[in-house]
Write a protein that binds this ligand. Structure first.
Ligand code: 13P
Length: 288
């Protein structure tokens, strides 16, 4: 049965280790991530954006797939199903569909006050249903424009105001960026992370854009209070590489190599292996 993510992240914060929050994109991803968590005996946050949910046929499909996957694999580790970067409306849809954790990303709202008001409302609704909630302060940059060389830095006082609303964990920009990091990236701002942590106490903090951050920076961020590390692109890259290798070797044209179970097998196995490697790096192995 799915659990919410509050307890597992509290434990991670107190125990000074990180928990990966892995984005699922389809059934292969879902089963591979569940398999990795079980083999690593790691608690798991499996998360889904609205866009990925749409691809899968909606939040209900995603929720049903994760639940059925856990049953099929005999999952024993705690698993939370989390909405990643939800709009105000998406939060209600995900709750309705059986997600046990939501992220309301109000960092792009017109004003900070709107982010504050909506987070407050959603904290009350989520908690009344036993669902954990993540909020965000200071947008996480992207590399789509090919120009960004560093992510935003969240305002520590805004973080404190959002933290005081009772959110279970908080995403704050500390120079991190979604997707692959540009060569001229300035790195994480540990100074800003320290300032935020000083004001937010034992609240677990979330690092978005976990792909491609050097291991020493990840470990330092965890030691300074990061408890949840979001990973999406990394698993996409290993899946694509394994699938490309299969096709470039001409295997899809040999025998029944076009069978999706053959075509996607290498990619699926690559996700399992990489997820376990990341769980090792974050320190969550054997913490279930
Ligand atoms: P990456 O795609 O950079 O790993 O970021 C994932 C993320 O932060 C999801 O919210």
């Amino acid at each position: 049965m799915l659990v919410n993510a509050a307890e597992m992240l509290k434990k991670a914060e107190a125990g000074h280790y990180g928990l990966g929050a892995f984005n699922t994109n389809n059934m292969e991803w879902t089963l591979a991530i569940l398999q990795a968590a079980e083999e690593a005996k790691s608690p798991l946050i499996i998360q889904c954006t609205s866009g990925a949910a749409k691809w899968m046929g909606g939040f209900k499909m995603c929720s049903a797939m994760v639940n059925a996957g856990m049953e099929a694999l005999g999952t024993t580790v705690p698993v939370a199903l989390h909405l990643d970067h939800g709009s105000y409306e998406a939060c209600f849809e995900a709750i309705e569909a059986g997600f046990t954790s939501i992220m309301y990303d109000g960092s792009h709202e017109e004003t900070f006050q709107i982010n504050l008001d909506r987070t407050k409302e959603l904290v009350e609704i989520a908690h009344s249903k036993g669902i954990s909630i993540e909020a965000e302060v200071g947008g996480i940059g992207g590399t789509e424009d090919g120009v960004t060389s560093n992510g935003e830095l969240a305002d520590p006082n805004e973080c404190k105001q959002i933290a005081d609303l009772g959110v279970d964990f908080l995403a704050c920009g500390i120079g991190n960026i979604h997707g692959l990091y540009p060569a001229n990236w300035a790195g994480l701002s540990f100074e800003r992370l320290g300032e935020i942590k000083a004001l937010t106490g034992d609240l677990p903090l979330v690092l978005h854009g976990g792909t491609g951050i050097p291991e020493d920076q990840i470990k330092k961020a965890i030691s300074l209070g990061i408890s949840k590390i979001n990973v999406n692109t990394d698993l996409q890259v290993v899946f694509a590489a394994a699938t490309r290798e299969y096709i470039e070797a001409g295997k899809d044209q040999q025998g029944k190599g076009y069978d999706p179970r053959k075509l996607l097998k290498g990619g699926r196995e690559a996700i399992v292996a990489r997820t376990k490697e990341l769980m090792e790096e974050f320190g969550s192995v054997n913490k279930a």
